[in-house]
Design a protein around this ligand. Structure first.
Ligand code: GLU
Length: 479
């Protein structure tokens, strides 16, 4: 069997949408699982949609997510150029050949004439007018320099059939298709033409793309057949939905790889989650490294029904990846977010990172979790209410002077010393340690939820700040 070759063929529109990333991932996994090659091709023939910097973003997103391609514009390969706008001459040659073979024809129709073909429902289908021009007339008009396009000649009747490796047999009536433009008046090919020429010339064995191409594939097969080329195998992938009724759409900027990275999702977690959008391995495991995915990947795990993008699950997975990091690694990934927080410059960021490590699912939430550390503000005294420890604001008022004394007396202000000293004092004096710690934590943070217990928080703040905050809380309780 020929070596498997798959490709990812994005248009450079300015972002790496998660749907695109999934197509790239499955194409990568299928190739690598079968010992094949994964190719990157840039489909930039629609110059109006071109966005500056978009191609670099494609390179960097693929690289960052570990989808290393074997051939591509920036690394070369035997089948280049890998950018469609640099292949204009190739398309021209094949378009002329297809005309000779009867699979396409020149069309000189004016915009006005095309508009006149619109029916009362606003639909328009080209009427093959120029297919019937004589050879002489075509030549004369070409020689006169008249603008033209090249259209595909689709049969008017009959059914086209092919096998999709996910969706099975697909039948499409030719009458549902139309004579689309293959080469535009500016000489650029359309996707409808370029994908066929490139996939064939680049030796692509398996075409992997979204289901939106399922029904136009018969048009492409007509061209493979006309040229006498072997059709590739087709693997169309189910849609990704935002919810039960709406598609996840790049147009609405719903879900771009970069945005998720900025929000504080780890690349490994994103790529792992994206893998699950339409595929489940046999043993149904969910957390997998890229190389595990390569081993497990198989087409029978791909579902035909749409999958729904679920950020809650992505969060969970991200949390799992975060917990696996060492404290040092966590500090490195958390650092930009720690530095954005108000705490930057006031406290030891490494120490805070250590406290946050087991309690963080998304790194972008770090600043809001710790900003309160920077200053103590008036807080809701009902936070002292706690049934289990039998505390409330009145109890807090009574206990705080004692807590202040412990904080003054403790010989060393690290977490362990604080914990031992205070627990020891409570035992000696017959006070419930739970109540002391609860009141202390609220009094020095003013927060219901904190990334650590009372003594952890105190050790972070230091003795001076801890005492200052206790005094502040006492003043609130006395108001
Ligand atoms: N450029 C097309 C797109 O971005 C590629 C489709 C394909 O993979 O054939 O949708």
């Amino acid at each position: 069997m020929a070596k498997v070759r798959t490709r990812f063929a994005p248009s450079p529109t300015g972002f790496m949408h998660l749907g695109g990333l999934r197509t790239a991932l499955y194409a990568y996994l299928y190739a690598k699982h079968n010992g094949g090659d994964f190719i990157l091709r840039i489909e930039d023939t629609d110059q109006q949609r071109f966005v500056e910097g978009a191609v670099d973003l494609i390179y960097s997103s693929l690289r960052e997510s570990g989808l290393i391609y074997d051939e591509g514009p920036d690394i070369g390969g035997d089948y280049g150029p890998y950018v469609q706008s640099e292949r204009k001459e190739i398309y021209k040659k094949y378009a002329e050949k297809l005309i000779e073979l009867g699979g396409a024809y020149y069309c000189f129709c004016s915009k006005e004439r095309l508009e006149s073909l619109t029916d009362e429902n606003g639909n328009r289908k080209y009427d093959k007018h120029c297919l019937h021009l004589s050879k002489e007339e075509v030549e004369r008009r070409l020689a006169a320099g008249e603008p033209y396009v090249i259209r595909q000649n689709i049969p008017t009747e009959g059914v086209s059939s092919y096998e999709d490796m996910i969706y099975g047999t697909i039948n499409v009536d030719y009458s549902e298709l139309e004579d689309n433009i293959l080469i535009k008046s500016d000489g650029m090919p359309t996707y409808n033409f370029a994908n066929v020429i490139d996939d064939h010339l680049m030796g692509i064995t398996h075409v992997i793309r979204g289901t939106e191409y399922l029904s136009s594939t018969p048009k492409y097969n007509l061209m493979y057949d006309a040229f006498g080329w072997e059709r590739p195998k087709y693997i169309h992938l189910p849609t990704i939905m935002k919810d039960a009724t709406r598609k996840l759409s790049k147009r609405y900027g719903d879900a771009n790889f970069d945005d998720f990275v900025k929000k504080g999702y780890l690349k490994e977690a994103i790529i792992n989650y994206v893998a699950l959008l339409g595929w489940a391995p046999k043993n149904n495991i969910e957390k997998m490294t890229l190389s595990e995915m390569v081993d497990l990947f198989s087409l029978d795990g791909i579902s035909r029904s749409p999958s729904i993008f679920d950020e809650v699950k992505l969060r969970w997975l991200n949390g799992e990846y975060i917990r696996e990091l060492s404290d040092e690694e966590f500090y490195e990934v958390a650092r930009p977010y720690l530095e954005q927080s108000k705490v930057n410059g006031l406290y030891d960021l490494k120490k805070i990172a250590k406290l946050l490590h087991g309690r963080t699912e998304v790194l972008g939430e770090i600043p809001e979790k710790i900003d309160w550390l920077a200053s103590m503000e008036k807080y809701d005294l009902s936070l002292f209410d706690n049934k289990k420890n039998k505390t409330n604001a009145a109890v807090a008022k009574e206990l705080l002077p004692r807590i202040r004394k412990y904080a003054e007396e403790v010989p060393s202000f690290d977490n362990d010393s604080l914990y031992e000293y205070i627990s020891g004092k409570c035992a000696e004096e017959g006070i419930k340690a739970g109540a002391i710690f609860w009141v202390m934590r609220i009094a020095i943070t003013g927060q219901g939820v904190t990334p650590g217990g009372a003594t952890e928080m105190a050790s972070l703040l230091g003795r001076e700040e801890t005492l200052k905050r206790i005094d502040f809380s006492l003043s609130l309780l006395e108001e």
